[in-house]
Every structure is written in C-alpha cells, then in structure tokens.
Design a protein around this ligand. Structure first.
Ligand code: XMP
Length: 329
C-alpha cells in the first residue's frame, strides 16, 4: 500500500502551474482508484482534510461523503465555515454531526490532561464509526495524511493511524485514499489555493486535535470554554487586522481554572484571567515568543475584558519552549 515516491522523482510544487498539474494528475488517479464507489472522509476543516475534500469533490463529486463532527471544542465560526464552503459553495455531500453535548457531557469533571485527550480522541472515533455504519456502498476512506506524517511514522516518532484508528469492523471495509500523502504542508496549501479554498482555511495556524479543550485547563465547563472561544476569536481578528495572522506561527488564548478579584462599575468582581500566547517556531521542539506591540496589547486587554463574560484580567505569556510547552496541557 505504501508507495513512497518522494523525494526522488517528484518536483516540488512551488508554482500555481505545478499545483494545477498535480491536481489534474490526482483527479485521474482518484477516479481510477475508486471507480463509481463512494468515499468517506472525516472533514475537520483543517488544512489537510479540507484540501483532500476539495480534490475528491473535483474528482468524484457526490460520491464523496464528508462527515464533519462538531465536538464543541472548535474555534468560533469553524463548523459554520465548513458548511458554507463545502455544502453551499462546493455542493459537497456533507453530513454535519452536532456532537457538542455528547463530548462535553463525557468531559464533565475530567481534570487530567491525558484523560481529556483520550476521551476526545476516543469519542471522535465512536461518533465517526457510528456515521460510517449508517452508510451503504462506501468502499474507501480518504485521509489527509501528508509526507511529514509518513516520515514521522517511519522514524517511529508518531504513529500514523491506518484508517484513522477506526474499529476493525469498519476499517476492514475500506481501502485508503490519500491523495496528498506525498506533499509537504506548503505544497498542500498551494494545491488548496488552486482548488479555490478560502485563504483563511488554507493558511490557518496549527490547531491541536483536542481543540480548545487543552486551552481550558482542568475540568471543562461550558461557560469557561465559551470564554476561551470568544477571546480566541478577538485575538484572531486583531492579529488579522494588524498583519500578524500570516506572520506569527501560532497564537491563542487560555482561560485557566482560577478566579481573582477585580472591580467593574464600582462593584467587586471575582472572575477568570485570560492568557494570551503568541509564539514562533520552525520545528515546535523549540519555540520563541512573539513580542507584541504595546498598543496592540492594550487594545486586546480592553476588548477582552469588555467583550468576554467572566474575564476580569488579561495576562501575556512570555515563556519560551523549553521550559514551557506551547499548549497548557
Ligand atoms: P506542545 O504543547 O507539545 O505543542 O509544545 C506543540 C505543537 O503541537 C500542538 N499540539 C497538539 N496537536 N494534538 C494535536 O494534534 C495534541 O494533542 C496536541 N498537543 C499539542 C500544539 O498546538 C503545538 O502546535
């Protein structure tokens, strides 16, 4: 199954013309591989799965069945954008699964970071497998595996899940389709551009699989999760306005599970702090901090304390990695 033809005989995709040629070649290969069978894809809205979706829509149209699981830990506007881009603009066959309550109920009271990760990952597979069992005539599973995933898997750094870690009864029914497996991230982005995906989808910053769950440290509550989501949306909006969105590698907010005293309209408040983190890296092993302009910090503090319920204090995390990690959990 593993046909590793990178890097020897592949030209690096550095121009729109090369991306177009890759798209034409893959459309042909996909059609030859799947024939008139249906293909299933877990579409998170991240760069890799979105580019795979757009490629498959071009190749086989309605025979691609996309499943978008909203686990409640996505950023503000993400599920809506997946529906708008894929269902409304690209006319994709998209199943939207609202699993917010299911995930948040399972996570209620869970404080251990690795247990939270296991619940989020395990529940995702359960939800996706349930959707897959409801569908008839699916012969293939598409995945957004990219070349660094293959390299990491070969080097034993990261397990590259075959069939996304699905249970055997489902996985054994499907053959894999991995049309971007020979590409590096920048090439995937160029292909996404040429396929007409929106720039904020193609050039988005890395986002962890457990989503906002790891930015709401300790036991996730709906109100604190909303504070993370709203403050993150403000940060992303201001970074975009100030030309930092494409420049800073990763930026987000964290709302820790403790409260401090404040004062608002002459009355005592007892609310959470919101932490801003903006970092740069090339390999995520070592990370430096982006030093934000003072007037932008002032503006962010003002917006977050006045627009996000439950926040009365804003902090900026200036810690590199090591000793800190990027995420808080
Ligand atoms: P850390 O916190 O380990 O993060 O310094 C390094 C990079 O990895 C991302 N990250 C994750 N990505 N699942 C993911 O898919 C995870 O559980 C996870 N934890 C961290 C993090 O956002 C950063 O880009």
């Amino acid at each position: 199954m593993t046909d590793i033809r990178r890097p020897d005989d592949m030209v690096r995709i550095t121009t729109p013309e090369l991306a177009d040629a890759f798209i034409e070649e893959q459309v042909e290969l996909i059609r030859n591989q799947v024939g008139d069978k249906k293909v299933l894809l877990a579409l998170s809205g991240g760069v890799d799965s979105s580019v795979v979706a757009a490629l498959l829509i071009k190749a086989i149209g309605q025979n691609l069945v996309c499943v978008h699981v909203n686990h409640g830990l996505l950023r503000k506007g993400e599920p809506e954008q997946v529906i708008e881009v894929f269902r409304n603009q690209m006319n994709a066959n998209l199943i939207y699964v609202d699993a917010v309550d299911r995930f948040l109920d399972k996570l209620a009271g869970v404080t251990d970071p690795e247990t939270k990760r296991m619940i989020i990952g395990g529940e995702f597979i359960d939800v996706f497998a349930e959707e897959a069992r409801k569908l008839d005539g699916i012969g293939f599973l598409a995945q957004g595996t990219i070349w660094p995933d293959i390299l990491e898997s070969e080097a034993g750094i990261k397990a590259h899940h075959n069939a996304g870690g699905l249970p055997e009864d489902i996985a054994s029914r499907f053959e894999l389709v991995e049309p971007v497996r020979i590409l590096f991230k920048d090439e995937v982005r160029m292909v996404g551009d040429q396929l007409g995906l929106p720039a904020n989808m193609v050039y988005r910053q890395p986002f962890p699989g457990p989503g906002l769950g790891v930015r709401c440290p300790g036991a996730i509550t709906r109100d604190r999760l909303e504070a993370v989501r709203e403050s993150d949306a403000i940060l992303r909006e201001e970074f975009a306005k100030n030309g930092l969105a494409g420049k800073v590698w990763q930026y987000f907010t964290v709302v820790p599970d403790f409260k401090s005293t404040g004062v608002k309209d002459g009355k005592r408040t007892f609310d959470w702090p919101c932490i801003i983190r903006a970092i740069n890296t090339t390999d995520v092993m070592e990370v430096t901090v982006e030093h934000l302009p003072a007037d932008l910090i002032d503006h962010l503090v003002n917006r977050i304390i006045s627009e996000v319920p439950g926040i009365n204090r804003v902090l900026v995390d200036y810690t590199p990695k090591p000793p800190a990690t990027v995420e808080y959990e």
